[in-house]
Design a protein around this ligand. Structure first.
Ligand code: HDD
Length: 752
């Protein structure tokens, strides 16, 4: 089948398969003559699909990109059938003995439909239940063969298809997107030597050092077992009880309480492989490696008050953002970077590289860019792709191997194990989204839902009846790195694992002032939800070991005296190599300076200066911003020049928190009306309070004043009040919008 045209149907004898020529011409009884296949495949992400990847795909064994076409079902102009392919004449009425008579047991159509429906749900993931996925590709910049034989890094320009799933950790499948939480960043590379899953997070460290503690951590953070509250939140007693008894979590808590836990977009967050892994080259030589994903759009976050309000206004905020960007052809992109160091170098560090609560500071080992990842296609079906995808930390390929990180060791076991329950048996690797591009040949057989039809009578090795096939690959296959082992079996940890605070301090000290304030605010908020005073005290006593300043702020915010510092496990901790690492601040990655995909509200009402509103909308759109006219209600509104503008959103259905900036055009009548509308004033107060960019033209300044915003304050680059020419003011607005936020504006407590 190699070389088969990629549009060829998987099975030409099944005319309802995607891609078959007959699919274009209606069959008898077509019900939807206007729905052509072309129309169904008209989103930019879909048109783009085959150009980038999937070309080398082999029908039947293939998982990614275009090759998924073999399973993409498309019902345009098709008759309704049962699962056995029998056409159904009436999908409205069950079979009854007379019009008012009882329903009949022999109604196999009703029974099949209900039975299937009754089993539509599968268990959700025990963690990372809520997620969003997308297809794309990875492109290698330069060969990395000096360090690794992994085929995806073999050549400059080499393309490997990927599927990525972003997730929150604690919340259930239907929970809100904007919880304060870690985000999963799981990448499945469909390499030509098998699947490699880099199952990471948007934070480079973890709460615990040993997988033995993972179930405890998750039980502590999940809703409390007696009343199943709170949903998707760590602000409760059991979580803080656990972490305050686990001082190794201090560093991760700094990250989790930072703005990184409330990303503006999945497209605007970093990703990390967390553990130290190994690269192994053709000669069998190995170096340690850490993986970093850097977003092209820069790293941007929400404010806490905004995150809370978004969870009501649009619980799907991050999911929608990812979907809409890809659908609009604004493909999110990340650069993959690696930190490479040798075992000998690692031994000299003040921390242990096998400890997942530690980073390797970039000042010690710089991050080298090695490739880029672009996500350019939305899934066709959430369940089949995003829900059924099964990542596994144990899925590595020749050239990538594990370190002895004890947290990683547990993960190597846990992922396949959990999928056996979640996906109902051991054959989930055959689900189209999980199947590798590389062919699969082994003697594993049978099990629930087996798809492959294995031929012949040999299912063992060695064999002679099957000509010895499939045969061992020898050194061409995956060879585990021969790490020497000389020690006694023990339950314990190396000494450096007992140092818990140096990097927590490093993280805090490397933040800008307002980021530090947000960390203090987050600790204060979370701990104020803790009802047991002793738990709050224990957290603050732990924080004293990382930063007296932070501990002091938190204690003050909670109205409690400073407790004694928690006793340290190590009397004389090793001195850290680095005390400042500016790259740890979100401000280190401002993005490309553009405004593409930023959402802007132009607030209008009857009597708005329509010509200016349109001119600004056009200018912003030309630069890639997403503009909405937001009115007191949706639908047409008369403008001051006798024309009209269709409001495509209302103050009620798209409140301020869903926008990155707002424009207030002039127009006396409109401003009077909006000034009297509490929703408009609240909209502006939120925009201001969340440090977003605001442009007020002419008389609109009054609307700001009526909303309690001091327009005279000056010195605020994000608040542009212009009396005359809108053109120049619009340019100022664009520059300010590209900065994302104007935290200079923040006061404690908020003044608006
Ligand atoms: Fe995990 C899911 C990331 C530690 C056990 N984990 C899961 C997902 C991500 C991570 C991104 C969701 C994958 C998806 O989208 O389907 N997990 C991490 C990271 C960790 C980590 C970065 C620390 C460095 N995890 C960890 C440990 C264990 C697990 C120590 C168990 C010993 N993780 C699981 C799991 C999940 C999971 C229970 C739930 C659903 C799944 O695997 O497929 O097996």
């Amino acid at each position: 089948t190699a070389g088969m045209a990629k549009d060829m149907p998987f099975n030409p004898t099944k005319p309802n398969e995607h891609g078959h020529e007959n699919a274009l011409s209606p069959l008898r009884g077509a019900t939807s003559p206007s729905a052509t296949r072309e129309a169904l495949a008209s989103t930019p992400s879909e048109k783009n699909q085959t150009a980038k990847y999937g070309d080398a795909a082999q029908p039947g064994v293939n998982a990614a990109g275009g090759s998924l076409n073999r399973v993409r079902a498309d019902s345009a102009e098709r008759m309704l059938t049962t699962n056995q392919g029998v056409t159904i004449s009436d999908n409205q009425n069950s079979l009854k003995a007379g019009l008012r008579g009882p329903a009949l047991l022999k109604d196999f159509i009703l029974r099949e439909k209900l039975t299937h429906f009754d089993h539509e749900r599968i268990p959700e993931r025990v963690v990372h239940a809520r997620g969003s996925g997308a297809h794309g590709y990875f492109e290698c910049y330069e060969p990395l063969t000096q360090y690794t034989r992994a085929s995806i890094f073999a050549e400059k320009g080499k393309i490997t298809p990927v599927f990525v799933r972003f997730s929150t950790v604690a919340g259930e499948r239907g929970s809100k997107d904007t919880a304060r939480d870690v985000r999963g960043f799981a990448v499945k590379f469909y390499t030509d030597e098998g699947n490699w899953d880099l199952v990471g997070n948007n934070m480079p460290v973890f709460f615990i050092q040993d997988a033995m503690k993972f179930p405890d951590l998750v039980h502590a953070v999940k809703p409390e077992p007696h009343h199943a509250m709170p949903q998707a939140a760590s602000a409760h007693d059991t979580y803080w009880d656990f972490v305050s008894l686990m001082p190794e979590s201090t560093h991760m808590l700094m990250w989790q309480m930072s703005d990184r836990a409330i990303p503006r977009s999945f497209r605007m967050m970093q990703g990390f492989g967390v553990h130290t892994f190994r690269f192994v080259n053709e000669a069998g030589e190995s170096v340690f490696v850490k993986f970093h994903w850097d977003p092209k759009l820069g790293t941007h976050s929400l404010t806490w008050d905004e995150a809370v309000k978004i969870s009501g206004a649009d619980p799907d905020f991050n999911r929608r953002d990812l979907w809409e960007a890809i659908d609009a052809g604004e493909y999110p992109e990340w650069e993959l970077g690696v930190q490479i160091f040798t075992e000998e170098e690692a031994e000299k560090y003040s921390f242990d590289v096998l400890d997942s609560t530690k980073i390797v500071p970039e000042e010690l080992v710089p991050v080298q860019p090695v490739g880029r990842m672009v996500l350019n296609r939305n899934p066709d079906n959430f369940f089949a792709e995003t829900e059924q995808v099964a990542f596994c930390a144990a899925h590595v390929v020749p050239g990538v191997d594990f370190s002895n990180d004890p947290l990683l060791a547990g993960r190597i076991h846990s992922y396949i194990d959990t999928q056996i329950t979640r996906l109902g048996g051991p054959n989930f690797h055959e689900l189209p989204i999980n199947a590798p591009l590389a062919q699969v040949h082994n003697n594993q057989r049978d099990g629930m839902h087996r798809q492959a039809i294995h031929r012949g009578r040999v299912s063992y090795e060695p064999n002679s009846l099957g000509g010895g096939c499939p045969f061992q690959a020898g050194t061409a296959g995956f060879v585990s790195f021969p790490e020497p082992v000389q020690q006694d079996e023990v339950r314990g940890k190396p000494e450096k694992f007992a140092e818990h605070y140096n990097q927590a301090r490093l993280f805090y000290e490397s933040q800008t002032e307002f980021e530090q304030q947000h960390i203090a605010d987050a600790f204060r908020f979370e701990l104020s939800k803790v009802t047991v005073a002793a738990v709050r005290e224990r957290v603050v006593s732990m924080l004293r070991n990382a930063s007296e300043e932070l501990a002091g702020k938190v204690a003050e915010g909670l109205g409690m005296p400073m407790p004694d510092a928690m006793p340290k496990a190590l009397e004389n901790p090793p001195a850290p190599e680095v005390n400042q690492s500016p790259r740890l601040s979100l401000m280190a990655r401002p993005g490309d300076g553009g405004i593409r995909t930023r959402k802007v509200a132009i607030m209008i009402a009857p009597g708005t200066d329509g010509a200016t509103a349109w001119a600004i909308a056009n200018t912003l759109q030309a630069q890639g911003a997403v503009v909405r006219f937001v009115g007191p209600r949706i639908g047409p509104l008369a403008t001051s020049d006798g024309d009209q503008i269709d409001a495509d959103a209302s103050l009620e259905n798209q409140p301020a928190v869903l926008f990155d900036g707002v424009v207030l055009p002039d127009g006396a009548e409109a401003i009077t009306m909006l000034s009297a509308d509490g929703r408009a004033r609240e909209f502006l107060q939120d925009q201001y309070r969340h440090c977003k960019t605001i442009l007020a033209l002419g008389g609109a300044a009054q609307l700001l004043s009526r909303s309690g915003i001091d327009v005279e304050a000056g010195q605020d680059p994000g608040l542009i009040v212009a009396a005359g020419d809108a053109t120049e003011a619009t340019q100022q607005f664009i520059q300010a919008l590209a900065k994302h936020r104007h935290f200079e504006r923040e006061t404690q407590p908020p003044n608006v």
